[in-house]
Design a protein around this ligand. Structure first.
Ligand SMILES: Nc1ncnc2c1ncn2[C@@H]1O[C@H](COP(=O)(O)OP(=O)(O)O)[C@@H](O)[C@H]1O
Ligand SMILES: [Mg+2]
Length: 401
């Protein structure tokens, strides 16, 4: 499509596999599309876009390098990051070119959990007590009176390096293992069921928001294994959660784009885990589409391009869930049940990521999950039944490594 006949040009910073629907949505809207993409997927993405810059690596700085290089070849009319590591480059460019986005402030804070803690402490937002240190042994006295604690890296994702530490001996082991390296956050462990909150935000105003119930593996690591969208909290809790999420957006200075916020519902109210101004993972965008009958990818493209949004949906039109199971630690021997799962009428998609011979480490992260299933039903009960069927049926067997 020539520049003249298109509605404008979108620059995608990162596409990946799960960001493909951004390209599809942009095309449907009549946009020209250029992309910055990593070497592994560059050839695939090149076939779908009008111009491509290959990122020289996976770090934030190299995605930013790619984004600047792409802008040097021609000014885009909108810039959209895909995942965590793409956010900074996209936000720098949005800021420099005066294009819509979450704001450089929100994006910078989103990329660093220690910045989040500092900002939200000042804003009076409920969150764990915390310290930031590159010498965990030095904070043993602080930890001793606050166990259990959670230790985590400042700028990662997918629960990588996030561990619950139950007692002081275990903490000293962690300190020996992780001391003298990159700084970590040590924070009090919050108890309570976990939710995420996904929102499309236009110029600081929430256009559409959703509550997702999240399920993770047991401690010590917290790998996300199930998400159910379109969850209704009781009226009192919902009002409290709305106010809480609004306060987080206000403190962030969130302008436009997708927000993915995680909190636990503790005895004294919603308590922040983290917030990110990027595409949520684990098929959440697909679940949100199935739940609200609109394409969240398209809405994000519209926000990035300053294109009008339709009237927001008034409520769920369906109920969806994703299931991303982890096998017991060891070597994968077999995965059973995929065909039965695929044959279930509520199953939308299902697939495997691991095969016999793959190793599941003792402390897994999201990258160690063995498959993915998306279900959809007309009622929350139907969705939950389908999820339970999938949980029973799709099973990985492992043997000790
Ligand atoms: N302070 C905490 N208290 C209780 N659970 C926590 C705490 N911090 C993290 N978790 C658990 O670990 C998960 C991953 O931590 P998070 O900070 O969201 O890192 P990531 O960026 O890897 O998702 C959270 O979703 C939550 O289940
Ligand atoms: Mg998280």
């Amino acid at each position: 499509m020539s520049r003249a006949e298109s509605q404008g040009e979108l620059l995608l910073v990162g596409v990946g596999m799960m960001g493909q629907p951004y390209v599809t949505a942009a095309r449907r809207l009549g946009l020209r599309v250029r992309a910055v993409e990593g070497a592994a997927r560059a050839a695939h993405v090149a076939e779908q876009v009008d111009g491509l810059v290959v990122s020289r690596g996976t770090h934030d700085e190299l995605w930013a390098e790619g984004a600047w290089a792409a802008a040097g070849q021609g000014r885009p009319d909108g810039v959209l990051p895909f995942t965590e590591w793409n956010v900074t480059g996209a936000a720098l460019l949005q800021d420099r070119l005066g294009l819509p986005g979450p704001s450089l402030h929100a994006a910078t804070v989103s990329r660093n959990k220690a910045l989040q803690r500092g900002l939200f402490a000042a804003a009076g937002i409920r969150q764990p007590e915390y310290v930031v240190t590159d010498d965990p042994a030095a904070v043993r006295d602080w930890v001793a009176t606050r166990l259990p604690v959670v230790v985590k890296p400042l700028s990662s994702a997918g629960s990588a390096g996030v561990e619950l530490v139950a007692d002081l001996d275990a903490f000293l082991d962690v300190a020996a293992r992780r001391g003298g390296r990159a700084p970590v956050l040590v924070e009090t462990a919050v108890e309570g069921p976990e939710y995420s909150w996904e929102a499309l935000v236009s110029d600081g105003r929430v256009w559409l928001a959703n509550t997702t119930a999240k399920e993770t593996t047991e401690a010590p690591s917290f790998v996300e294994v199930a998400h159910r969208t379109g969850v209704r909290l009781d009226a009192g809790t919902a009002a409290q959660a709305d106010e809480f999420c609004a306060a987080v957006l206000e403190a962030l200075g969130m302008r436009s784009g997708v927000v993915h916020l995680e909190y636990r519902l503790a005895a004294d109210g919603p308590t922040l885990m983290e917030v990110a101004v990027r595409t949520p993972g684990d098929y959440l965008m697909d679940l949100l589409g199935l739940t609200y009958g609109i394409d969240w990818f398209e809405m994000a493209v519209r926000l990035a391009m300053s294109m009008p949004l339709p009237e927001p949906p008034t409520g769920p039109v369906g109920y969806a869930a994703s299931y991303l199971p982890v096998a017991p630690p060891g070597v994968v021997v077999a995965v059973d049940g995929l065909d039965e799962v695929r044959a279930h009428p509520s199953v939308v998609t299902a697939g495997l990521w691991k095969q016999p011979g793959d190793v599941v480490p003792p402390t897994p992260s999201s990258a160690d999950r063995f498959g993915h299933v998306v279900v959809r039903a007309d009622t929350p009960e139907g969705r939950d039944e389908a999820l339970e069927f999938v949980r029973r049926t799709l099973v990985a067997r492992t043997r000790p490594a």
